[in-house]
Ligand binder design. Structure first.
Ligand code: PEP
Ligand code: MG
Length: 889
């Protein structure tokens, strides 16, 4: 018979850490901790296979499950000396979800399950504290009603608030056992009024209700959204963990807390965490009470006068420190732990790999390699390339004046500016309208995921470093300031205020997630630099990498930045981007609008010295590294004059009638510019453009070689080739120009001519095209556009909906469509290389900076990827990881 249930506790377990697919991350780690002999409250895990069964069998359970649950429950009873439903010595349990990978706050939890009118007096008796027992019971009713019965928790909060108001009580802790009993009566009445039946008293009914709710929550909207955003397959399912309750709220010798074995924000090697005395787990993360520091060092650093765990409960603290060390060494990674101390006795409720900022990930990986805990190669695999973005984000210029509105916790690093919005829907709307916003909330909850995604940064007034906002923002790599308690939100009036100052919705603020400051207005930012751990990890990554990493750059500033980030050349210089400058654009328009070769040549002559200067500078900056310059590829509409002034300006320069020019511009306008007279088509029509650009490139190369002493071998790239003859025509002009410049300068000129492969036909006819090309660069932006037949410019309006509907998994313009576009790339690479062995292959579409696409490029055997400067480090790391994965496969 299939085993659906795995027990743990009392120093052993039926599961282990490597069974996370079946037991979920939480279940596997509880089993492992139990195997390690750590103090884990006994319990059992219902496997993810049951979730899948539940989903595919009309929300029913497999045969045998009920019996296995019953047996596991009595084993838990045996270990604890209690019995589920017993009115003398009742066993109470928690029921929690736990998927293969952690989905923080995405799934529901029920605590204190097993309490009812008959067992609550026994708990009061056992604890010697009726107040505690009835407080637990009311928490259970509220939680169960919310999670399992689907009743809004606010209604329960209202009953409690009304009660407190009526009796003039300020805090929950002011309520006596009798008071809680009255509140409980109100709760039970609410349930009965709403559902037409009483709150379930049968513990078995309670348990199965909670188990079902966990499985159902796998399909909840927020869980589905989370999975979509994090690429978690729906069919993984969640496990359910049922575990004996231990209580952190049994008085002053009890506590509960969360901790990281290293600082998850900075990576510093120091135990880091928060706890609350006399509280239950959700109190710590809910941010309602301000948690205390675990260590004295952290308390002193924070300037707090609330007792640390180290001082308050030294014995439990010492045991906890030992367990932290043991778990970190065992898992060889920073751990995120949950614990409870029940009347002085420490219990471990969870361990898992801790989420961390990119900065912390880097430091921890490099430190652990230095400590010998992991190898440098493992360190390279430990850091998520996409998360490096966080380190590459702008920081506030230290010289900038800071108009500080308030301060909170530095919950997630980096800085961001935007308009104030107060709800996630507003944030999403604004983002869709192209505006940048900061989401400002009292606190966030899983319902805010879409708003957090849409916002540049998140500011909350409540909650600590482990609050929802902090944890989720760090995961997303967005700046976040949490717990800025002095600020006030008046959502109705649309204001954010603090003593004497008031900002309206829509006004701009800047948050600094590194210092915790909230600033008025937009503030100057500094571009980040790589140093310390970053540089070391990059060195280790470079040692593992096969593919080269180049950059897409045309300005000297971008080229310099990219070199600073480690770019090994330029993979794409889009020359049309060089033509938008004031005086240049007029000459470009003049060239385009001339109806004679003579006219075009006159305009091109004006552009030549400017282009020569551009190229010379780029070659100088790249100091002998390869530089690929693409000949003009303008969708013409971008260059045509639109306004009367623009037309008049060009007409004056050309000495022609403005009206005539307007007519000419009209003739040139296209229905579908992206598929129109662009790329090599323009060069075929007007070969003098290719000639001018080739001359500028060769003359620039000669000049740069002379000034730097480093040989320059320009790579000239022809865009949008679909037919070999196009390339032949353009190439002939380039070759002729090379000869001419070489003769004029009296030096030999080394160069290569290649082509973009960005049309399906070019992929299919790659063998033929390779006859005229020394290199291919896959232009996967256009290749995606032309393979899908989806306009690059218009895709946004429906691709979002496509993703939500599951028509496509990811935006193919962001991450390469490996099945379709990818197959064409593969064909192009294979046919090209078959025809010309050693043909150099690269990619320069946006995908060149996307880690998943980079892994694909590795599998195709491309020689290099080229991406925007800020993505260069990401690409270096992703290329290293792809090479390592390919080696180990
Ligand atoms: C491409 O099409 O992938 C490409 C790099 O060229 P562009 O984005 O300039 O069209
Ligand atoms: Mg293109």
């Amino acid at each position: 018979m299939t085993k659906w249930v795995y027990g743990f506790g009392d120093g052993r377990s039926e599961g282990a850490a490597d069974m996370r697919n079946l037991l979920g991350g939480k279940g596997a780690n509880l089993a492992e901790m139990s195997n390690l002999g750590l103090p884990v409250p006994p319990g059992f895990t219902i496997t993810t296979e049951v979730c899948t069964w539940f989903e595919t069998h009309g929300q029913s359970y497999p045969d045998g499950l009920a019996g296995q649950v019953e047996a596991a429950l009595s084993e838990v009873g045996r270990i604890t000396g209690r019995r589920f439903g017993d009115t003398v010595n009742p066993l109470l349990v928690s029921v929690r979800s736990g998927a293969r990978v952690s989905m923080p706050g995405m799934m529901d939890t029920v605590l204190n399950l097993g309490l009812n009118d008959a067992t609550v007096p026994a708990l009061a008796e056992a604890a010697g504290d009726p107040r505690f027992a009835y407080d637990s019971y009311r928490r259970f009713i509220q939680m169960y009603s919310d999670v399992v019965l689907g009743l809004d928790h606010h209604a329960f909060e209202e009953i409690l608030e009304d009660y407190k108001n009526e009796h003039d009580l300020a805090l929950d802790t002011d309520l006596t056992a009798e008071a809680w009993q009255e509140v409980i009566a109100g709760y039970k009445k609410l349930v009965e009024d709403e559902l037409g039946k009483p709150f379930p008293q049968d513990p078995a009914e309670q348990l199965w209700g909670a188990i079902g709710a966990v499985f159902l929550s796998w399909e909840s909207a927020r869980a589905v959204t989370y999975r979509r955003l994090h690429d978690i397959p729906n069919d993984w399912g969640t496990a359910v963990n049922v575990q004996a309750m231990v209580f952190g709220n049994m008085g002053q010798s009890s506590a509960t807390g969360v901790a990281f074995t290293r600082n998850p924000s900075t990576g510093e090697k120091a135990l880091y965490g928060e706890f609350l005395i006399n509280a239950q787990g959700e109190d710590v993360v809910a941010g309602i009470r301000t948690p205390q520091d675990i260590t004295e060092a952290a308390r002193i650093a924070a300037g707090s006068d609330a007792l640390s765990l180290e001082k308050a409960m030294p014995e439990a603290f010492a045991e906890f420190v030992g367990i932290c060390d043991k778990l970190e060494a065992h898992y060889r990674d920073m751990q995120d732990l949950e614990f409870t101390i029940e009347r002085g006795r420490l219990w471990m409720l969870q361990t898992r790999s801790g989420k961390r900022t990119a900065k912390a990930a880097l430091k921890i990986a490099v430190d652990m390699a230095d400590e010998g805990l992991i190898t440098p190669t493992e360190a390279v695999m430990r850091v998520d390339p996409a998360a490096l973005d966080q380190l590459l984000h702008p920081m506030i210029d230290p010289k900038a004046t800071r108009d500080i509105l308030g301060t909170g916790l530095p919950a997630s690093p980096g800085a961001a500016s935007g308009e104030i919005v107060f709800s996630s829907d507003e944030a999403e709307e604004a983002k869709n309208a192209g505006r940048k916003v900061i989401l400002v909330r009292v606190e966030t909850s899983p319902e805010d995921i879409h708003g957090m995604h849409a916002a540049e940064g998140i500011l909350t007034l409540r909650g600590g470093m482990t609050s929802h906002a902090a944890v989720v923002a760090r995961g997303m790599g967005k700046p976040c300031v949490s717990g800025a308690g002095a600020l006030r939100i008046d959502a109705r009036a649309g204001t954010l205020s603090v003593a004497g100052r008031k900002l309206q919705r829509g006004e701009r603020i800047t948050i600094d997630g590194t210092s915790g400051q909230v600033l008025v207005g937009e503030v100057d930012m500094l571009q980040p630099e790589m140093s310390g751990e970053f540089a070391r990890l990059m060195e280790w990554a470079d040692a593992e990498r096969r593919m080269k990493v180049r950059t897409n750059a045309e300005t000297p500033a971008d080229a310099r930045a990219a070199r600073g980030f480690g770019a090994e050349g330029i993979g794409l210089c889009r020359t049309e981007h060089m033509f938008f400058d004031g005086e240049r654009i007029v000459a470009v328009r003049e060239m385009i609008l001339s109806d004679s070769e003579e006219g075009r040549r006159a305009a091109l002559a004006k552009l030549l010295p400017m282009q020569r200067g551009d190229f010379t500078e780029l070659f100088e900056i790249m100091q002998g590294l390869p530089v690929t310059i693409r000949l003009l590829d303008p969708p013409l509409h971008e260059f045509l004059p639109h306004t009367d002034e623009e037309i008049a300006e060009v007409a004056a320069v050309m000495g022609v009638d403005a009206e005539l020019l307007r007519q000419r511009a009209l003739e040139l306008s296209e229905f579908n510019p992206m598929l129109g007279h662009r790329g090599c088509r323009l060069l075929v029509s007007y070969p003098e453009i290719a000639e001018m650009q080739a001359r500028a490139i060769f003359e620039g190369a000669v000049a740069a070689a002379a000034s730097t002493g480093a040989p320059v071998t320009p790579e000239i790239m022809v865009p949008l080739v679909g037919v070999k003859a196009e390339l032949d025509l353009v190439r002939a002009r380039i070759d002729a120009m090379a000869k001419a410049v070489s003769q004029e300068a009296g030096v030999a000129i080394e160069y290569q001519v290649g082509t973009m492969i960005e049309l399906p036909r070019a992929c299919l006819r790659a063998g033929e095209i390779a006859g005229a090309a020394e290199f291919f660069s896959f232009g996967t932006n256009d290749l995606t556009q032309t393979t899908f037949g989806i306009s690059r410019d218009d895709a946004a309006s429906f691709l979002g909906a496509y993703q939500r509907l599951g028509v496509i998994e990811r935006d193919p313009f962001v991450s390469i469509d490996q099945d379709g576009v990818g197959e064409l790339v593969r064909i192009g690479a294979e046919r090209g290389r078959a025809a010309r062995p050693g043909l150099k292959l690269g990619i320069c579409g946006e995908h060149g900076g996307d880690p998943a696409s980079i892994a694909f490029c590795e599998s195709v055997g491309l020689d290099y990827v080229s991406c925007s400067p800020f993505r260069v480090p990401i690409a270096r790391l992703a290329a290293a990881q792809s090479a390592l994965k390919a080696k180990s496969a």
